[in-house]
Design a protein around this ligand. Structure first.
Ligand SMILES: C[S@@+](CC[C@H](N)C(=O)[O-])C[C@H]1O[C@@H](n2cnc3c(N)ncnc32)[C@H](O)[C@@H]1O
Length: 284
């Protein structure tokens, strides 16, 4: 046990002997706060994950206990809320994840006239692999000067900064063809060996912005042809999913395509979206 470990009556099971006191009441409070802020439903098995991710926030902000940190957080409307959300999101992603979607996207892009102006939204863009995969698909399907506008958003400011930077480990590109690597990435040299950078031609087609899927303040004026909302609704409860789906429906053009994650199923919302392919829906 470390010198400053604390054990207290009410400690959450299995969490004794940690640097900070961590009780079931602290977990319940975090559960409530992240649900209200981000719509994320943290289930009871997430004690250890939440403790470890938020301990860092306590250290960085100089708080001695979760109770004190959470009370301070609730009393402010400042920058720490963004850090709190960033700490609790799960950002797993990869280039061309769920590859079949990019095949459907490519066919859809080729199905309209070359003058069509495409508006696409990638709504849980994480560190950028998904929006850049969308752009590679668009350039391959539409040629080098497409009428293509991509908005890529996330609630997490830290992952969006990585996305906007567009620098990845070279291993992250293992699913790409040699032609794609050559066309869309530059290889780092010297101190940057082992890294790759997205080419400016790709980057200039995307705008990164923070959007919270559960808030009513989406900044979009025009409707989208295609929306990617993959592997994020899985963290929301059924009520929140339905509200987000209704809102996505409102920002899409009829006939537009919504891509969702492999474990997400919205067949109960047939009034809004009709299943078109594997986890791809058409907006009614
Ligand atoms: C598991 S990643 C999925 C990334 C990518 N869409 C994919 O499928 O590879 C989930 C992303 O959803 C984001 N997220 C969670 N809650 C959100 C919310 N309320 N609004 C917008 N994004 C959210 C997280 O920050 C995270 O980057």
């Amino acid at each position: 046990m470390s010198a400053n470990a604390v054990i207290e009556v009410g400690d959450a099971p299995g969490m004794q002997g940690r640097e900070f006191t961590w009780t079931n009441a602290d977990f319940d409070r975090v559960q409530d706060l992240i649900y209200r802020r981000a719509g994320i439903s943290l289930h009871d098995g997430k004690h250890a994950m939440v403790y470890s991710r938020l301990s860092r926030r306590l250290r960085d902000t100089g708080h001695q206990s979760f109770r004190e940190y959470l009370s301070w957080l609730e009393s402010t409307d400042g920058a720490e809320w963004q850090e709190f959300v960033n700490a609790l999101t799960t950002n797993l992603t990869s280039f061309f994840r769920e590859r079949h979607h990019f095949q459907i996207l490519s066919e859809h892009l080729k199905s309209k006239s070359a003058t069509h102006s495409w508006r696409v939204w990638c709504s849980a863009a994480s560190t950028g692999e998904e929006p850049y995969s969308i752009l590679m698909t668009a350039l391959e399907a539409l040629g080098n000067r497409p009428h293509f506008c991509l908005m890529a958003s996330d609630i997490d400011s830290k992952v969006l900064a990585t996305a906007a930077n567009g620098v990845y480990k070279a291993e992250a590109l293992k699913g790409l063809s040699a032609a794609q690597m050559q066309a869309f990435f530059m290889r780092g040299k010297g101190a940057n060996a082992g890294l790759v950078r997205v080419k400016p031609e790709l980057k200039q087609l995307v705008e990164f912005l923070i959007v919270n899927l559960i808030k009513d303040d989406w900044p979009f004026k025009d409707h989208f042809d295609v929306v990617f909302c993959r592997n994020v609704m899985i963290y929301f409860d059924a009520e929140t999913q339905r509200r987000v789906l209704e809102r996505i429906h409102r920002v899409m053009k009829p006939g537009g395509i919504l891509f969702v994650g492999h474990a997400e199923n919205f067949s109960e919302s047939r009034d809004l979206f009709v299943l078109k392919g594997k986890t791809a829906y058409e907006r009614r």
